[in-house]
Design a binder for this molecule. Structure first.
Ligand SMILES: Nc1ncnc2c1ncn2[C@@H]1O[C@H](COP(=O)(O)OP(=O)(O)O)[C@@H](O)[C@H]1O
Ligand SMILES: O=C(CO)[C@H](O)[C@H](O)COP(=O)(O)O
Length: 560
């Protein structure tokens, strides 16, 4: 028997699975990141961060390799010699500046108190000014790449983040030898090879299989100092998913408890790895990676223009297809916010008394309501809007409160708001000619909240299949590891073959309930009105409030 290991680097933790080549999970292990998401102060130096910042500690990623891999080996009792490959997937664009030896700049004693030397997590939203300018200039110049990204480049992505570093900490920019996606950096740590993967390059760094990066003229128009960015600090080979990046070095193999020489696949993105993870290798099946955020992944046969999509990349998910990505930048995070910041003490006490979590308590009570019965309607923009508006300056909203409104009603309205956000994305695909017939859900949320899944089925009026694994992206990453290992070593020829053999969904399907669908259709039309009014310039109150807040002096002097 041969095995592969996949590691999913999420927002809060790294999750490893050891699977056999039939996709059976033999062992898994979750390693929380010791430093978590760094969004208030830097470790050690305690330097305060500005609003909208979100950083990570690169050492935490290595900690996952050192902890989770030995743990799955030990739990499974599998002989390391039978592990033929390892693959990882990551949140993205999660990027970091490294020196000529590939060492993160934040590891340097003289730079560790500088926020810009750290890993910028995908949800670092402080490069919005740069993103706005990128969009303005690209639109003025009629850049052909813009429609491939739904008309807007996000502040979450590589170029905006790099430009923010250049603007706010030019010396850090100068000291950077390469800006790397964290997924490519971890692969480099495992193999000693710097190999960029086509998925993050395509979706997050405006790279195109035929056209490459945007032109020097475009970068010069942004800022003359960026003119040579792609051939200097973004240089390096960009290779397709499933390619073998190299083999585990002696040092890393010893640390991870594997054999040196074990095949390592090039890096991947979490949501993208989840697609083969649920066995999807054809168009019409929208895969939702549902966790703190949602990524919506879809395959197509033609390059269509879809409003606000995150991107369409040839071979970006499964070779041979156009891979579409859209997303919502907060979903579970909104529910977490409410549970942590919004529920009254009596809810916490009641949940504790019943011996269940607050989410579960709220879900149980919220499930007793019919659609429309709460009288509430919310916009799901607690962390901005990723698709279809692509605007991180938008904020949350709820209408319909009365003196009788209960916490479980608010919770239900928040679940519904995120479902409406997904419906808006599906509508955008369908209206642009990209078909969406059924939904596949993976990630933490489908395992945790059945009410949420039923609401999604009702709001979208489509059946939802749920991944068999709790760690679907990790299983997908393991499939790419099997491809990187190659058939000759017991792996697979292609990801399609691996997905066919290893991808699994549960028997349970969430089917739309006709009466609910009808009421949600009405509520969705109201959602669309609010969405367009607050999101398309009818009333820019959210932006005005944000700017008043900034001007009022929350911005204490920080050491960037
Ligand atoms: N019972 C629940 N219902 C809804 N959301 C939940 C529940 N339990 C946890 N969550 C949310 O799930 C999110 C974590 O999702 P998960 O997929 O495990 O992680 P990640 O997004 O980091 O991959 C958190 O935002 C948390 O608030
Ligand atoms: O933008 C992404 C993928 O393209 C991020 O990786 C994603 O939104 C973060 O995922 P999660 O909420 O599951 O940690």
């Amino acid at each position: 028997m041969k095995y592969v290991i996949g590691i999913d680097y999420g927002t809060e933790s790294g999750r490893a699975v050891l699977v056999d080549l039939e996709g059976n999970e033999i062992a898994d292990h979750v390693t929380p990141y010791p430093h978590g998401v760094i969004d208030e102060v830097l470790p050690e130096s305690n330097v305060k961060l500005e609003p909208d910042w979100a950083l990570q500690h690169p050492g935490d990623y290595i900690e996952v390799l050192a902890t989770a891999v030995p743990a799955v080996l030990q739990k499974s009792g599998v002989n390391p010699a039978d592990v033929i490959g390892i693959g990882i997937d990551f949140t993205a664009c999660t990027m970091l500046p490294v020196d000529a030896f590939g060492e993160p700049l934040c590891f340097k004693p003289d730079l560790k108190h500088r926020p810009h030397s750290w890993v910028k997590l995908w949800k670092h939203h402080a490069a919005q000014d740069e993103a706005n300018l990128i969009n303005e200039i690209a639109a003025e110049r009629g850049e052909t790449f813009l429609p491939r990204y739904g008309g807007k480049i996000s502040s979450e992505w590589m170029i905006a983040k790099v430009w923010q570093i250049l603007n706010e900490a030019p010396d850090i920019y100068e000291k950077t030898d390469l800006f790397l996606e964290a997924t490519d950096w971890v692969v480099f740590k495992m193999t000693g090879n710097i190999v960029r993967n086509s998925c993050t390059a395509g979706y997050k760094s405006i790279w195109h299989k035929q056209e490459g990066y945007p032109s020097k003229e475009f970068f010069r128009a942004l800022d003359p100092r960026l003119e040579n960015l792609t051939e200097t600090k973004l240089r390096g080979d960009i290779v397709p998913l499933g390619t073998k990046a190299g083999e585990l070095t002696n040092e890393m193999a010893a640390m991870m408890g594997l054999l040196s020489g074990t095949a390592v696949a090039v890096g991947n993105v979490d949501a993208h790895a989840a697609v083969p993870g649920v066995g999807v290798v054809e168009p019409g099946k929208l895969v939702m990676a549902m966790g703190t955020s949602i990524c919506h992944m879809l395959l197509g046969t033609e390059e269509k223009r879809v409003e606000g999509m995150c991107g369409v990349v040839e071979d970006g998910i499964i070779p041979g297809y156009l891979g579409y990505e859209a997303g919502q930048s907060a979903v579970g995070d909104i529910f977490a916010w409410y549970v942590e910041q919004g529920v009254p003490a009596y809810v916490k006490e009641a949940a504790e008394k019943e011996g269940i979590g607050i989410h579960e308590w709220l879900e149980k009570r919220a499930a007793a309501y019919k659609p429309g019965e709460t009288g509430l309607l919310a916009l799901d923009w607690w962390n901005g809007n990723r698709s279809v508006l692509v605007d991180t300056d938008l904020t949350g909203l709820m209408v319909g409160y009365t003196l009788l409104t209960k916490p479980e009603e608010i919770y239900r309205a928040l679940l519904e708001a995120t479902a409406f956000g997904t419906r808006k994305i599906i509508d955008a695909f369908v209206e642009s000619g990209v078909k969406v017939e059924e939904l596949y859900a993976c990630g933490g949320l489908p395992q945790k909240n059945k009410l949420l899944m039923q609401i999604y089925a009702d709001v979208t009026n489509r059946p939802i299949k749920v991944a068999a694994s709790k760690q679907t992206p990790a299983v997908g990453a393991a499939m790419f590891a099997a491809v990187a290992a190659g058939k000759e070593n017991g792996g697979y020829e292609s990801i399609a073959e691996a997905a066919k053999k290893m991808g699994k969904v549960r028997d349970e399907v969430f089917k739309p309930i006709r009466e609910n669908v009808a009421i949600y259709e009405q509520l969705y039309q109201e959602y669309v009105k609010l969405h367009d009014y607050f999101g398309r310039g009818g009333n820019n109150v959210m932006k005005r409030l944000k700017s008043i807040k900034e001007n009022v002096g929350l911005k204490e002097s920080v050491n960037i």
